[in-house]
Design a protein around this ligand. Structure first.
Ligand code: ADP
Ligand code: MG
Length: 237
């Protein structure tokens, strides 16, 4: 019986917010393009995970979201798939514009993982993804950003460096993801995150994902998200 209790706990889903779109049961329910559906099945994803069922329709409807779920629940695809749809809906980038989507993650390793997963879905639509984190030469990164891209996956520190070097502007960014927000705070990135958010237009769509919601992260979420839907999966936060 204890096991059953534990199982139910781990599956608990809580959703709060106004006019929340209904969850999907399948990827077909999301209305994705044929290319994107191909990319999804190429990944071996047969059906959306719990957080994806809840978050995909919310994000696809343009709403801000706070997603709280433990590691391994499939948060990356939950924010990357709608990002591809969002970018395809935008007018094409002109030279020296861009990116449209920015994803911030706490560490080089996490940013790299997200970069790889994003590229798999972006490729099918000819969307360019740039990685902006330590371990690569700043000059190479500068040149790559100057060449243009629709999506940037970054650690906050290196993104600030690139912004200072004017390798990119944030004027076209309309889709911002803060992944593992609690860890970014633990690593002391709050000032960098605030500076990055401050350079992005206020009518953007903002997505915040975190395994836990300490008071400081809660406060930031209140300040930078508009009318968000909160989705919690499992006994977290
Ligand atoms: P999180 O960010 O929540 O820790 P990830 O996005 O890294 O989780 O996903 C964890 C693993 O699950 C990855 O290997 C990913 O490829 C896989 N995955 C994600 N979505 C699905 C799905 N719908 N079906 C099967 N596997 C999935
Ligand atoms: Mg993740």
């Amino acid at each position: 019986e204890q096991d059953v209790m534990e199982y139910k706990k781990s599956l608990a889903i809580r959703v709060s917010g106004f006019d929340v779109p209904r969850p999907v049961k399948t990827f077909e329910d999301c209305g994705f393009s044929t290319q994107l559906m191909h990319a999804i099945s190429k990944q071996g994803y047969e059906k959306p995970t719990s957080i994806q069922c809840q978050a995909l329709p919310i994000i696809l409807s343009g709403r801000d979201i706070i997603g709280i779920a433990k590691t391994g629940s499939g948060k990356t695809a939950a924010f990357v798939l709608p990002m591809i749809v969002h970018i395809m809906d935008q007018p094409e980038l002109q030279k020296e514009e861009g990116p449209i989507g920015v994803i911030c993650a706490p560490t080089r390793e996490l940013a790299h993982q997200i970069y790889l997963e994003t590229k798999k879905f972006a490729k099918s639509h000819g969307i360019r993804v740039s990685a902006v984190y330590g371990g690569m030469s700043k000059l190479d990164q500068f040149k790559e950003l100057k060449a243009g891209c629709e999506i940037v996956v970054a650690t906050p520190g290196r993104l600030i460096d690139m912004l200072k070097m004017k390798a990119l502007t944030m004027s076209r960014v309309t889709y911002l993801v803060l992944d593992e927000a609690d860890r970014m705070f633990d690593l002391g990135f709050e000032p960098q995150i605030r500076s990055i958010v401050g350079q992005i237009r206020p009518d953007r769509q903002t997505l915040l994902f975190s395994a836990t919601m300490p008071r400081k992260v809660e406060k930031l979420a209140r300040e930078i998200l508009s009318d968000p839907v909160r989705v919690t999966v499992g006994e977290v936060g």
